[in-house]
Design a binder for this molecule. Structure first.
Ligand code: ZN
Length: 594
């Protein structure tokens, strides 16, 4: 749900930069933590120099005036950079580093192996036209006040200068693209062109730049819009008789899962666990629905089939929702209520560095989610945390009604648990205590999403809303979403699951509305592995908690587990597990673990 946590799909580069001034590939002492710290601090800047577009998106603005041309030569340079880093890492012994550095070592190693694999095996630059959509980073330069406006406008102008060559090379790189991704790229790029039109012109007017220079800049912006339009028509008219399938296939899927989810489980094992979990949830939901039936339906006969029964009860309970005009106010109240509950149950210390600002969603987020959490970027530790709430005030009544049934009195609270407390916001506020941007840039989606799913269950299991059967039933419905995300993703990309079977899974077995299920189908044709992160992270955190509890015996405390887990930030659960399950001993370096 949070774009920034998605690991960049493809990394393109411009020039190779050596991380070390003397040209050597690593420190001489294998036990030298200080040397590793220096190495890792230089590493990110070296990477950003190679991919300035990604750097902008992460909030690193030193290379905003540059852009990498996507050609073989530059891809070779990035590949060389990745190999060089893997080689550099081999000069250190991960086991002799402090826990923090060891995790960073593992994170860098995984990322560089991932880059190698992306360039050599996945080769999405050939078949995914969305990897050439630069509008997001241009928007960041224009809208994010990281530097004075004039400076940002000049960066914007300089970067635009690369566009003609960029798209010429993009066209040469693309072969037999995936149809769904081609359509998505055309859509995204055509809809975002305003950044070179009115948005750029309006910013220029406020800048104080001379009229003649403004004219020159506007001319280049107009030409840039034309360049991108020409690229989208090239895509539209491309003869593509043998498009690649959107289904990744077993071999690529397994490898991508390894780099992105970084789990001890294989995709097949995760899938099997999800199928088991679905069965368990259906049984629990059946029992709750039977318990609730007389309250809502009196003596009327119950539907004979389990799924039909659950669907009827869910449908009836969903009628309890707030008024359209009260949506935002209710969300604000819910955050306070959740915060008070976390404190009263002593689930974890609540000491966020930046407060959560609840706001009406900005225009560019409209239509994406009912609510979402936006943390500051990795380089902006003092920035604000926002909780964006959908602006449904002006919606037509029937659209609002269907939305409010989906986010009814029960699920609206679960949504706030997931996005804010104790989900993404609390997780972020612990992770932000580490000043190092590396963990944030390469945040594990499974840890971040897994924690949010775990957080929902934490509240329900702790007796939130007195554990009413309604609340529990609706949480199970919500939780089924994460579980079925995994079943769907693996099913579609590894097992050739049809659209019809996918719709059946989502609407009948996960009780989703048709519109929601259709959106999910679209998402699974445009992404892969990302949908696994929710259940994979959740499952791993639950497994870790069980093991930790067993090991701690009488000394186990839930608060202690939660705080300890969060203190390591957004690194993959398996690395956190290594440290949390290690027999206690003082780290030699005295490095503080965050
Ligand atoms: Zn989430």
């Amino acid at each position: 749900m949070i774009k920034k946590y998605i690991i960049p799909a493809l990394i393109l580069c411009i020039t190779i930069a050596s991380c070390k001034k003397d040209g050597s590939v690593g420190p001489q002492s294998a036990h030298d933590d200080a040397a590793f710290t220096l190495y890792k601090n230089n590493f990110l800047e070296g990477l950003w120099k190679l991919e300035p577009d990604e750097a902008t998106l992460e909030g690193f603005h030193k290379f905003d005036s540059l852009l990498t041309i996507p050609n073989d030569k530059n891809r070779e340079k990035l590949l060389y950079f990745a190999k060089l880093q893997i080689d550099s890492l081999s000069n250190y012994q991960a086991s002799s580093l402090t826990p923090v550095n060891k995790m960073d070592y593992q994170v860098i190693e995984n990322q560089m192996e991932y880059v190698e694999w992306q360039l050599q095996e996945l080769r999405a630059f050939e078949w995914d036209p969305t990897s050439y959509n630069l509008l997001g980073s241009f928007a960041r330069i224009l809208n994010e006040p990281y530097a004075p406006l004039v400076k940002r406008l000049h960066n914007f102008y300089d970067r635009m200068g690369f566009l003609p060559e960029y798209y010429k090379e993009a066209e040469k790189s693309i072969h037999n693209p995936v149809k769904e991704l081609t359509a998505l790229a055309i859509d995204q790029m055509q809809n975002g062109l305003n950044i070179f039109g009115k948005e750029f012109a309006d910013s220029l007017k406020k800048s104080g730049i001379t009229a003649s220079e403004q004219k020159q800049m506007l001319d280049r912006a107009a030409a840039s819009a034309e360049t991108i339009k020409a690229f989208t028509s090239w895509l539209q008219n491309l003869k593509n008789d043998h498009p690649r399938s959107f289904r990744l296939g077993k071999e690529l899927y397994d490898a991508k899962f390894k780099y992105e989810i970084q789990s001890d489980m294989t995709p097949q094992q995760l899938y099997d666990a999800a199928v088991e979990r679905k069965k368990h949830l259906h049984a629990e939901m059946d029992a709750l629905s039977k318990q609730l039936w007389p309250k809502y339906f009196g003596n009327s006969p119950m539907p004979g089939d389990t799924l039909g029964l659950i669907a009827r009860v869910i449908d009836t309970i969903s009628a309890a929702h707030v008024k359209q005009s009260d949506f935002q106010k209710t969300v604000e109240g819910t955050i306070s209520k959740l915060t008070a509950f976390v404190k009263s149950k002593n689930l974890m210390a609540f000491n966020p560095s930046s407060p959560l600002i609840v706001r009406r969603e900005p225009g560019y987020m409209e239509g994406i989610a009912a609510a979402s959490f936006s943390p500051p970027g990795p380089y902006d530790k003092n920035g604000n945390c926002y909780f964006n709430v959908a602006n449904i005030g002006g919606w037509p009544a029937d659209k609002a009604k269907s939305f409010l049934r989906e986010y009814n009195n029960y699920t609206l609270q679960i949504l706030c648990m997931h996005e804010a407390v104790p989900g993404h916001y609390l997780q972020y506020s612990y992770a932000a205590q580490s000043p190092d941007p590396l963990k944030s840039v390469f945040a594990s989606a499974a840890t971040v999403e897994g924690w949010a799913v775990y957080g929902e269950q934490l509240m329900i299991d702790s007796g939130y809303e007195k554990n009413t059967p309604e609340m529990k039933l609706m949480w199970y419905k919500w939780h089924l979403r994460s579980v079925c995300n995994t079943i769907l993703d693996f099913g579609v990309h590894e097992q050739n699951m049809s659209r019809q079977d996918a719709m059946k899974l989502l609407t009948r077995e996960a009780f989703q509305q048709t519109a929601e299920a259709e959106d999910k189908w679209k998402r699974v044709t445009e992404t892969s592995v990302q949908l696994d992160s929710y259940f994979a992270g959740y499952k791993e955190i639950m497994n870790l908690r069980d093991a930790y509890k067993k090991q701690a015996g009488d000394k186990y405390s839930l608060k202690d587990f939660n705080e300890k887990f969060l203190s390591y930030g957004s690194v993959p659960v398996r690395y956190i597990r290594d440290v949390m399950m290690a027999q206690p001993k003082k780290p030699a370096g005295g490095d503080t673990v965050h």
